[in-house]
Design a protein around this ligand. Sequence first.
Ligand SMILES: *Cc1c(COP(=O)(O)O)cnc(C)c1O
Length: 404
Amino acid sequence: MKRDTGQNRNITDKWKLETKLVRGGTYRSELGETSESIFMTSGYAYECAEDAAARFEGDQEGYTYSRLRNPTCAMFEDRMALVEGAEAARSTSTGMSAMTSAMLAIVKADDHVVSSKTLFGSCRVFIEDILPKFGVTSTLVNGYDNEAWKEAMQPNTSVVFLESPANPTLDIVDIKYVCDVAHENGALVVVDNVFATPLLQKPIEYGADVVMYSSTKHIDGQGRCLGGCILTSNKIMDEIISPYIRHTGPNLSPFNAWVMLKSMETMDLRIDRMCLNAAKVADGLYDLGVFESVNYPFRADFRQHELAVKQMTAGGSVITVFVPEGREQAFKFLNALEITDISNNIGDAKSLMTHPASTTHKAVKESARLEMGITEGMLRLSVGLENTDDLMDDFARAAKIAGI
Ligand SMILES: *Cc1c(COP(=O)(O)O)cnc(C)c1O
């Protein structure tokens, strides 16, 4: 199997985003297939025992075992690396396995982690409840408070973790500022860039050392497969992340990697449209005049609008609204929807809405939820690719039924 002409990293690096999304990292076999192949294989046969020995020694190019590298996963990884502008990428079975692998690969007992408080529920549970089992402590700060990041740093802080925009509050963290603070203290920065996607925000350009994704979200974008990806420099990958992944095995299935590859071909079209739709729907929800607040990073009234516009090229696909009367009214609104589904996923072609306090952030302690601003009246909307007039008619009707 040889690399297609033009699939060499040096050449693909020169391509613009749209070309990278469609062709970046493609391997073409001797059969000349146009669509990427699914190499559904766990192992690889060698011509002779000497070849096997040479490959294990690292003296010969080639595959040995799919936990270490698989051609379909490698295509997805190479394409992600090109799109992110990172030197190296490893795909993982879920976003959480990307997050936990990146963190566990870096920390050791007696280390300290600084993180923003507002995180995807499982990320917060991992830092607050699971890392302490391994002797790793943490300090959680308000992500929007620059001074708090500085104050939280300790001599044994080895990782700074942040999510921006955060799930579900959409809090924005000044990534460049936090990276500078972390680096002054000798810590590595891991950014959960799921809400922004690699198309709207490039954490590495602001100084991040590691970027992770749940490709379950906008990268698949059609609600089919779980997946994740870790992106970083060759040095951090080779010295820290790869050894951990090789020996613990959080790998993505080649089939799921293939779904992600095909999805990436249309990713810029989907994200552009989702952001346009979300901006329109955010304005429409505000104009209804019934919600306590409507939050969307690219609306001029968003509390961190200036920073959002500085860091991101568009506002993303997620909006939050607050109903005045709490859980009962929020549930009534959800139950009245006819187009938007009640579902806790995001980044899907289908618009999805959820009540974070009872779903995505249920595992987080109530006090922690309230501290993050996740009240009983909060609803999170992931805007999809439907017609926005249809979506708005549905929301207006549901608001009436719920008596908002
Ligand atoms: C969904 C999500 C994750 C976890 O990804 P999975 O693929 O569900 O494991 C992590 N971070 C954020 C911000 C998410 O939205």
